[in-house]
Structure formats: C-alpha cells, structure tokens
Design a protein around this ligand. Structure first.
Ligand code: GDG
Length: 466
C-alpha cells in the first residue's frame, strides 16, 4: 500500500537528528531512514532538541532542512535527570537488557517519565492533522500513544521498539509494569525487531493482563493491537559505497599500513554494558593464551565512543574496561606488538566503513541487543572477492537473520576463542559463501524495506473511531 497523498507521517522520538549539510555520513542509519520517509510522505519529526532550558514553556523550534521538517522542544534539568538519565537509562534500558542488577526503581524517575511524555503530547497535538499517521520510536516514549489519545487524537498511531522485549518474569520486576504495558493498547500497531521479542510481549499481555491472542493481534477490553516482527536494516548499498569512497579508502589504507601484515579483528560499539565488551576482551585474551603461535599474527581494534556519561553504570564500565585493556596489554604486549588497540573516540561513517573492510574479523558480541546495526554494516563494507568473517552473538536480534555468521555465546570466553581461530583459518570459498548469504539478507531487508513494512502495516489500520 502506498502512502495516501493526504496522510503525512509524524515521527516522534526522544531525540531528533536533523539532516546536517551534505557531508557524507553525517547522519546515522536510522536518522537517514526516517528522514527519507518524511521526504517521501511529507510530515514532521518531533522530539527533544537535546538542549536544556530553565523553564519548560512548550516552545517548538520548527526547522526545514533538505526537505525534512523538524519540530524540537527543550527540556528542564529535572526532566533530563528523571526522564532521560533516570527512567529511560537507569530503569528501562538495564531491565530490558536483562540487567536486573543494574536497574534502579525510583518513583521520581517514573514521575519524571510520565511528566515528559505528557509534555511531548501537549506540544505535539497542535501539530497533528486528523489524516496524519503517527509513528513513535522506542522505550523513552511507551506511554505517549495513551497521552495522545487522552487529548482526543484519533489518528493511526504506531510504535516501534528498538531494544529487546524482556521475558515476562523479568518485566514483572518493574513496579509500573502492568500499567505501562496496558498503556500500549492505545497503539494500533507495535513493531519489534524479532519474533523472540514479539513473543515475549505476547506472553506478558496474555499471562499478566489477560489479553486475548489472535493471529498477529492481541485484544484487551475493546482495544485490538496488531503486533509485527520487522527487523531494522541498513542502507547496504550506501555502506558499500562509503567503503569505496575517498575517505573510506584512506581509512582502509591507513589500517592496512599500520597492521604490518597482521590480521585485524574489529569491534565498534557505543560504550555500553549491554555490548559485552569485557567478555569480548576476556574471550580474546583466552585466544591469545590458548594459541600462542597465533598471538603476534593478530590484534584487536576496539572503537568505543562513550555514551550516557551522566549515568553511574556507564562511568563504571568505562573505567573497568580501561583497566582490563591495560591489564591484557600489560600481560601480553611485546616491544613490537600490542594486542588491543582500545579507542574511545568516534569516527565518521565513511572512515568506519574503511576500517570494517580492512578487518579480517568483525567481532560483535553483545550480551543482549535489540538488533545490532554494526553487524550488518561490517558485512556491507566487505570486499565481495575476499570478505572477512562476522562473529556474532546469538543474543543479538541480528542473529535471527544472519545465520551464516559464526554464532557464539558471548558469555563463553572459550566459544569466543574458538570462533576467532575458526574465522582466521576459514577458507576463502567458505568466507564468500557465508558473506553472500548474509549480504543477500541485508540487501533484501534493508532500511527502506523496514520503514515501508512498518508504515504499510500502520496505514492498513482504520483510524480509531470516536
Ligand atoms: C539501538 C539498539 C538497534 C558506533 N560508533 C560510531 C558510530 N557508531 C554507529 C554504528 C551503528 C550505530 O552507531 C550503533 O547501532 P547499534 O544497532 O549497533 O546499537 P545501539 O546504538 O545500541 O542502537 C540496537 C538500534 O537501536 C536500531 O534499532 O540495532 O539493538 O540497541 O550505526 O555504526 N557511528 C559513527 N562513528 C562511530 O565512532 N559515525
């Protein structure tokens, strides 16, 4: 189904990433996908500017850049502390990534989360026309659909969750779990990356809320909600082109020159405890110990730009990783070789593409991940005639599609070590066979497919009757 020319798309997410100039790779994959959806359908991207204000006024900053209209609001310090650093990143993120030990439950956080969702609804409502389709993104904004309905919004409203949906017993630990999940019945469609996350959601609404479960739909009282598994993709062709761009080739050459004939293993992750970085370093160390003959033939480049630095658990993971990298390098380095190059800064997407292409192994071992785009980017950047090997955690959503990666349990140092050896010794024909199958999958289900699949499902719904 194509977009009705009269329906605009209103995308609402925590942060808004406006197209910035024409520099290649200035925007992330999701931002590019959402911007291109808006360019095709017309509409608005609404969310927090990332800026602070002394007093929330509801003032909207409307901008138009490269055919995309953005509408942003500033938030107060208390909002940012309780909603963003608090409920979103100290409560929901750890719990939804199975880290019950790190999740904090404070009523102030829950209160701030509710208040900011109300503020989003209050300010967004005047921008919405009756024929618009609304698409809300991610765990920061679970209750926004319900808040919009309370304000009389009868539009089709969809929600996409970018992180895992946890098992029922885990989610029950959240004091507000039942009310929060009940609020999701305000939506018409909810999308998840995988069947596993979708099924966990269905289990919760059936067993905890008593919802009826049908074929792709769940019903609670008078509300029926469609649920779909719709894995996010990347723009695979664009990423392959980035690897071949001038900056991509320069980065490739620089990495090759500095490798002096050794095989590079690469990891690229936001510095986050869900990404399994400590376990990865330990698995790599095990490889060095178990295979002393291979030691100086390889090195690990870990790129990990810091994120969410105001949250204590992120400060902790940063310092413990620094210690661990220091210890491993101290124990194993030689005058002419350092086993881990650990880099805390970010790079341009074009440089990143060149780095991926120069790596014999992409080591992507999150303990839990909604999807994981780095795995797909690594595949897209490879040389088709001599591709590297992707080692991928079986607990990343991407493992449902990328069955031809070398799949590992990221908690097992032995499995990581075995996988590295297997990848280093893998014959070229097998590397090409595995890569071709993965490339086919990420090209078919790319980011445009994701966006279209979700918006088609949303547009197939009727507007909510009065
Ligand atoms: C959430 C979910 C889901 C990383 N370092 C640099 C850089 N990156 C880019 C990567 C990739 C993106 O950041 C990270 O995406 P991931 O999917 O790997 O992980 P999250 O940030 O946790 O994303 C995840 C995703 O949402 C989408 O639904 O897949 O499961 O957790 O694109 O390339 N980009 C640049 N420089 C860096 O140094 N330019």
């Amino acid at each position: 189904m194509e977009f009705d020319p009269l329906s605009r798309l209103i995308i609402i997410s925590n942060r808004v990433s406006a197209p910035k100039g024409t520099e290649t790779g200035a925007q992330g994959g999701l931002a590019v996908a959402l911007s291109s959806a808006l360019r095709e359908t017309g509409g608005i991207w609404f969310g927090w500017s990332g800026e602070r204000t002394d007093e929330f006024t509801g003032h909207i900053d409307l901008q138009r850049n490269q055919g995309v209209t953005t509408a942003t609001i500033d938030l107060e310090d208390q909002d940012i502390d309780e909603y963003y650093n608090g409920y979103a990143n100290r409560t929901l993120w750890p719990l939804f990534h199975y880290r019950v030990d790190l999740a904090e439950y404070e009523r102030d956080f829950a209160g701030g989360y509710k208040r900011v969702n109300e503020r989003f609804a209050d300010t967004a409502v005047p921008l919405i026309d009756p024929a618009d389709a609304i698409w809300i993104q991610d765990y920061h904004l679970f209750p926004l659909g319900e808040e919009l309905r309370k304000r009389g919004c009868k539009n089709r409203i969809g929600f996409f969750l970018h992180i895992p949906w946890p098992p029922r017993r885990l989610l029950s630990i959240l004091p507000e779990a039942r009310a929060l999940v009940r609020s999701l019945f305000a939506y018409d469609v909810i999308g998840f990356h995988t069947d596993e996350w979708l099924q966990a959601f269905v289990d919760f609404v059936r067993d905890e809320l008593g919802a009826n479960v049908g074929d792709g739909v769940v019903t609670l009282d008078d509300r029926t909600l469609r649920v779909i598994a719709c894995p996010i993709g990347i723009d695979a062709q664009e990423f392959a082109d980035l690897a071949a761009s001038v900056k991509g080739r320069l980065a490739y050459r620089r990495m090759r020159d500095s490798s002096v004939g050794r095989d590079m293993i690469v990891g690229v992750d936001r510095l986050d405890y869900s990404k399994g970085l400590e376990e990865r370093f330990l698995g790599y160390e095990r490889f060095l110990v178990e295979h002393p003959e291979e030691r100086k033939e390889v090195f690990l480049l870990q790129i990990a730009p810091p994120s969410r630095g105001e949250v204590g658990s992120y400060q902790k993971i940063r310092s413990s990783l620094e210690r661990l990298a220091g210890r491993i390098n101290g124990a194993h380095a030689d005058t002419d070789w350092v086993p881990i190059r650990y880099v805390n800064q970010g790079y341009g997407r074009d440089e990143l593409a060149g780095v991926y292409r120069a790596a014999k192994i992409g080591l992507v071992t999150p303990l839990r991940d909604g999807m994981n785009l780095v795995a797909k980017e690594y595949v897209a950047a490879q040389n088709p005639e001599d591709p590297g090997v992707l080692i991928l955690s079986r607990f990343a959503g991407a493992a449902e599609q990328l069955r031809d990666a070398v799949l590992v349990n990221p908690y097992s140092a032995e499995e990581i070590s075995d996988a590295i050896l297997l990848a280093l010794r893998m014959p070229k024909e097998e590397r090409i066979r595995r890569w071709s199958a993965m490339m086919e999958s990420i090209t078919t289900q790319d980011v445009s497919w994701w966006r279209k699949t979700f918006t088609d499902a949303l547009l197939a719904e009727e507007c909510t009757p009065a």
